[in-house]
Design a protein around this ligand. Structure first.
Ligand SMILES: CC(C)(COP(=O)(O)OP(=O)(O)OC[C@H]1O[C@@H](n2cnc3c(N)ncnc32)[C@H](O)[C@@H]1OP(=O)(O)O)[C@@H](O)C(=O)NCCC(=O)NCCS
Length: 189
């Protein structure tokens, strides 16, 4: 286990920070909302709405991942009110081919009442910067179900490039990537 410094990333409107057990309540609003989980199914099956205990375990896994790797799916608060409105962050994934290497994916989920304000884009761009600067990653991917236009828009608006489709989580998904030097150059920093 590595020594962990808690994460705190500030953007114009958001604070992206290390998750803690007390975030489970806020995350329940996402993972028990049929609209929010509509595109989260795997292996061709719809996502099953989670019980409070399952959401608690989801948050515990995030805490453990950050202790192991230094990054995770962080919690996202509104700066102005302190309200926790979603998650965004970095998680290891492997594609479905037998020799698929580990890759790092940026992903995000927000409470429905806060969709459409650009928060996911703001958070995803901040997490990409964190990946490339603090964590020294060279490439970050993002995947979403084909036809999940809102998620794909977030990827593109955060500066990622769509490179096609590929098999992940038992489905053929839209695949985007950001390469460190290109992304930092495009962002003008
Ligand atoms: C996907 C999600 C994170 C987007 O969050 P958000 O804060 O609303 O995203 P933003 O406001 O930054 O951008 C959303 C973009 O998608 C567009 N959009 C939203 N709903 C759309 C729809 N049904 N069809 C087409 N475009 C849509 C918006 O217009 C916006 O693009 P624009 O700025 O070009 O107009 C949010 O809908 C969510 O949490 N969904 C549930 C979890 C999820 O599916 N996560 C992604 C898994 S791959």
């Amino acid at each position: 286990m590595r020594r962990m410094t808690p994460t705190r990333i500030e953007t114009d409107r958001l604070v992206i920070r290390s998750p803690s057990a007390s975030d489970a309540r806020a995350m329940e609003a996402i993972f028990t909302d049929p609209q929010a989980v509509r595109f989260l199914g795997v292996n061709g099956k719809p996502f099953e709405l989670e019980s409070p205990e399952q959401v608690e375990r989801r948050v515990q896994r995030r805490v453990a991942l950050e202790q192991q790797r230094g990054f995770t799916r962080w919690s996202v608060d509104l700066k102005e009110s302190g309200e926790t409105i979603g998650d965004c962050g970095l998680v290891p994934v492997r594609g479905d081919t037998p020799d698929a290497p580990e890759e790092i994916e940026v992903g995000y989920h927000f409470v429905r009442s806060h969709w459409g304000h650009g928060y996911a884009t703001e958070a995803a761009a901040a997490c990409l910067r964190e990946a490339f600067t603090t964590h020294g990653l060279g490439r970050v991917i993002a995947v979403c179900e084909q036809g999940h236009t809102a998620s794909e828009r977030v990827m593109i608006k955060a500066g990622m490039k769509r490179i096609g489709t590929a098999p992940y989580f038992g489905e053929v998904l839209t695949l985007c990537e950001a390469i460190r030097d290109e992304w930092l150059r495009d962002q003008g920093a």
